[in-house]
Design a binder for this molecule. Sequence first.
Ligand code: NDP
Length: 280
Amino acid sequence: MAEIPTVAIPGGATVPALGLGTWMMGEDPAKAQIEIESLRHGLDLGMTLIDTAEMYGEGGAEKITGAAIEGRRDEVFLVSKVYPWNASRQGVVDACERSLERLKTDRLDLYLLHWRGEHPLAETVAGFEALRQSGKIGAWGVSNFDIDDMQELMAVPGGENCAANQVLFNLSRRGIEYDLLPWCQQRGIPVMAYSPIEQGRLAKSAELIRIAKAYQATPAQVALAFLLERDGVIAIPKSANPHRVEENAEAAELDLSDDDWLALDAAFPPPGRKTPLEMI
Ligand code: NDP
């Protein structure tokens, strides 16, 4: 079994740098069994962080997650997200209660604002802090926040308790390396890299296929190795296929040569200037 590196979450938890995404799960009852099986297989392989959201399948993905973690809640670092329009002071508390019900648990380990909306950050943070005080969540964070959003957040009472920022980050979307990633790293705020395989598209990259071949690896594994190489970054690939979940876990074994890192930089150049944060 691959040994997965870990990342420290502010507040004390240590989580694997490779977790499990759930977007597109819980939408088709015919696929529920394989989705649950895939998540459980991921847990068996040490990918014990599960990322979900009230948005995914309009609660369906949380129900799938709830079924997957039944009887093994303590093994899991459970992450969910609140819609921006539910992120008022009381709205986050109510949305969290609904998520907990679907997940059949009494607590989330990390609760994220899915993206910025109309509610003032101070209100959202006050709601998150109330949830933390009552033990319903272990920590809170944000998603799709660029550096200016993070700076604004830090100025809000309690904002410094932000425990993660989940953003689009993969080989073909390297913009955050210019400013947001070092900013978060300096402050010990983990970055959760979503769409780490660019929703499957990086698995078809000719350059990744070429590099992977020399290691008897797969292009998706090279894409994940790129993220695992970075401090304070947690990649959350989604797969509803147990074989691909296994393939993704094994990315932790991949040790690329200096020449191959240079080849990756040539094919997917790092940013030379500020680019606004992209979203999927
Ligand atoms: P990913 O980059 O994880 O790619 C998922 C797609 O790639 C699926 O179609 C999957 O198909 C396929 N795939 C998975 N593993 C492999 C593999 N080894 N080889 C080839 N194909 C593979 O995209 P996501 O957008 O799902 O991002 C991951 C997670 O990040 C989400 O599930 C969600 O939890 C989170 N997210 C958060 C967002 C936010 O705004 N905060 C936005 C987007 C995502 P299959 O299932 O058939 O294996």
